[in-house]
Design a protein around this ligand. Structure first.
Ligand code: PLP
Length: 424
């Protein structure tokens, strides 16, 4: 690897200033670092908007942004402004979306084990759709609603028996899964009948989510076929294929477009004569490549003939994906974005674990030095949202850039934040 980082891994509105400095949406990276420090997530707002628009064009009304990928009020508001509904998987995600001003009717509440408190919250806030995941959940809903005469609107999550080729931790459509009602053993049909006959539930449709970071259109096609059959059989008005569209993180990978995904799903449903509203809930495909993470190099350790460790001020607390799934990322130096990357490094964080590796095989220009800014691209999804306070680190700030201006959407944590829940 010697080439500069390729444009396809950078946010849409990236450009290079005359001195070789990366700019995103017209804002220089060094300006952002001087203003906000590192580690820093920088999101290209217009990039996110364009992916939301693509999703709405591909799927139409009802398409949801899966907020687990990245959520703050600015993000929820943006997705809503662009016409998306919001998929939430906990009361916490629902709370943030509601605080952002997203109408409850536009929320879709997921979860394989929603607590009674969460279901009560969904009922009280009149959340648009609850995606029912188990018979126990139906029992809980019925006992909460009792004979009030009120109904919640719901979808049934099915497990279509599709083994999507992705990391086993994020495959969810196979029969052996904690999620949903299995189709192959008849539980899915039982669940639809049970929910449809419940006085507390207005059953709107069925849902499946086969996994995340899926690159095979064939897997989506097969899942859509199973959903289409069930949907037609029960004549339900809505059908959701979940999320999961794969995104390129590495130079050799190629993302699928939201449009291709939509066309694939819609053509299966059209062929099957589905009349239900067909929708989806992408997360990663909306935000992943819209952001880069900026780090400061703190230490460089050269092990002659073995490797060069470059340690930065972030790590598994701002990006746990490499440690969790072995996910790969690229590295580059935003101040020298056009330079050849001829030097191989292993990018590590500051945590007390050897597994705290952000990029096991990264490339940077020759002469990287302590104090330089180093970046990883495609960090907009499941980085900040899966981050933690491990080792009591302070979680990084998040900035949105647009049209030459920047705005802080999540401030960097302060030491006092660590005491928020500490009862002494
Ligand atoms: C039910 C459901 N829908 C949508 C998504 C979003 O997946 P992705 O970010 O891969 O598009 C997930 C991710 O786990 C999910 O569990």
């Amino acid at each position: 690897m010697t080439d500069p980082i390729s444009q396809k891994l950078l946010p849409d509105n990236s450009s290079v200033d005359t001195d070789g400095m990366l700019m995103i949406a017209g804002v220089r990276i060094d300006t952002l670092v001087a203003k906000y420090g590192t580690p820093l997530f920088v999101y290209d707002e217009a990039h996110i908007r364009s992916r939301c628009q693509q999703a709405v064009r591909a799927f139409g009304e009802g398409v949801s942004y899966a907020s687990k990928a990245f959520l703050c009020t600015a993000m929820a508001r943006l997705a809503y402004e662009e016409g998306m509904h919001i998929d939430v998987a906990t009361m916490g995600e629902a709370h943030v979306a509601l605080e952002a001003g997203v109408p409850a009717s536009h929320l879709v509440f997921h979860g394989n084990n929603k607590s009674t408190t969460e279901l009560q919250y969904a009922i009280e806030n009149q959340i648009g759709r609850i995606v029912i995941d188990s018979f126990d959940e139906i029992d809980r809903l019925e006992s909460l609603l009792g004979d009030s005469g009120d109904q919640i609107q719901a979808l049934i999550r099915i497990t279509p028996g599709i083994q999507a080729s992705t990391h086993e931790y994020v495959t969810t459509g196979q029969d052996d899964s904690k999620f949903g009602f299995t189709v192959s053993n008849g539980l899915a049909e039982d669940a639809v009948r049970r929910a449809a006959s419940s006085p507390c539930i207005e059953l709107l449709g069925i849902h499946a989510h086969i996994g995340s970071q899926v690159f095979s259109l064939d897997s989506f096609r097969k899942a859509a076929e199973v959903l289409a059959n069930l949907s037609n059989h029960f004549e339900l008005p809505e059908l959701s294929v979940g999320g999961g569209l794969g995104v390129a993180y590495l130079e050799e990978e190629q993302s699928l477009s939201i449009e291709e995904w939509g066309l694939t799903v819609k053509s299966v449903c059209d062929e099957a004569g589905v009349t239900a509203r067909v929708t989806s809930e992408p997360g990663r495909a909306i935000v992943a490549s819209s952001a880069v993470t900026l780090y400061s190099v703190g230490t460089i350790k050269e092990l002659e003939g073995i490797r060069t460790y470059v340690a930065v001020d972030g790590g598994m607390h701002d990006n746990p994906r490499p440690a969790l799934y072995g996910s790969g990322y690229e590295t580059f130096v935003p101040g020298r974005v056009l330079d050849s990357r001829t030097s191989e490094i292993t990018l590590v964080g500051k945590h007390c674990e050897s597994g705290d590796v952000i990029v096991s095989q990264g490339y940077v220009p020759e002469g990287l030095a302590v104090g330089d800014i180093l970046a990883t691209p495609v960090t907009g999804a499941y980085g900040h949202s899966m981050g933690s306070n491990y080792n009591k680190v302070l979680r990084p700030a998040v900035v949105f850039v647009n049209g030459g201006t920047d705005r802080l959407v999540i401030r960097r944590e302060m030491l006092s934040d660590l005491m928020n829940t500490d009862m002494g």
